[in-house]
Design a protein around this ligand. Sequence first.
Ligand code: ZN
Length: 351
Amino acid sequence: MNLMSEFNLIDHPHRRYNPLNGEWILVSPHRAKRPWQGQVEKVVEDVRPKYDPKCYLCPGNERIGGHINPEYTEPFAFVNDFSSLLNDTPEGSWTDGELFKADSEQGICKVICFSPRHDLTIPQMEVDEIKPVIDLWQKEYNELGAIPFINYVQIFENKGSIMGCSNPHPHGQIWASKAIPVEPEKESIRQLAYFEKHGRTLLADYLDAELKKEVRLLASNDHFVALIPFWAVWPFEAMIVSRKQLQSIAQMNDAEKLALADIYKQLTVMYDNLFEVSFAYSAGIHQAPTDGKDHPEWHFHMHFYPPLLRSASVKKFMVGYEMLANPQRDITPELSAQRLRELPKVHYRLI
Ligand code: ZN
């Protein structure tokens, strides 16, 4: 490698800009060329039963707090017994001079069981079993978003014990709040500025460019594309972006919801196949706030943030420089995308 040669993104350390949140990431591709000395061990995976009498999410079981789950056969949502937000918190704000500021916050937290089956995960479910999950997301977004004091509905999934997920039963969460949370707020500001300047959404133009470049694409169908964003922080971070500008899940028709189920499965099968392990991640939807305003700038997308780096057990830590300065990665997003694209399309447990 000649460091004096012309700057390129393959050999040279560089910073990449994230236009969605305005932040930067340091990429050190020269370090990914070091031989990996560590072990690449396989983990022994637990075999879970279809029904676990001790699981508080399985049908018919009692939850802490005394509620009994119905014998549900389709995705099922309920108010979290340990909600972080409450809908009856008194309104108010508190200040003590310029430096101390707090606002009361109201909200509703729900849990969504994706399947009555304790032993499944999204990549192991069929597309027509995932579609009802998307239907329920849409219903919850519409109903929670219609509540006057709810201005943002955050739908997300925390998968795997290394992400701090306490129960392996396939499930996700929804936190609906009065305030627009920090990450969607950053993206709202950037998307609005772009839309006002160009009259198109930031992600419509970004997706057009990525479809031409092809290097970071992972999977696609008629309505959605999965890709590794140019500015990805996590080694195998991904995004699902709608081809058409949809401001939110509320605007999706049946074909689009089926296509979202399909791309969600395609991406998570790739993830599981990468290290032949049930791949941990935090994933969630970013979409228009439910604050009663028009949001022509918002373009529906999902983010996937998986922590695994080199094997089923070696994860990336965000420490040191990353906590104090900005995030850094070695393997480039382009190489990560190539690795994921080359994997078999069938789940490894079925081969
Ligand atoms: Zn986003």
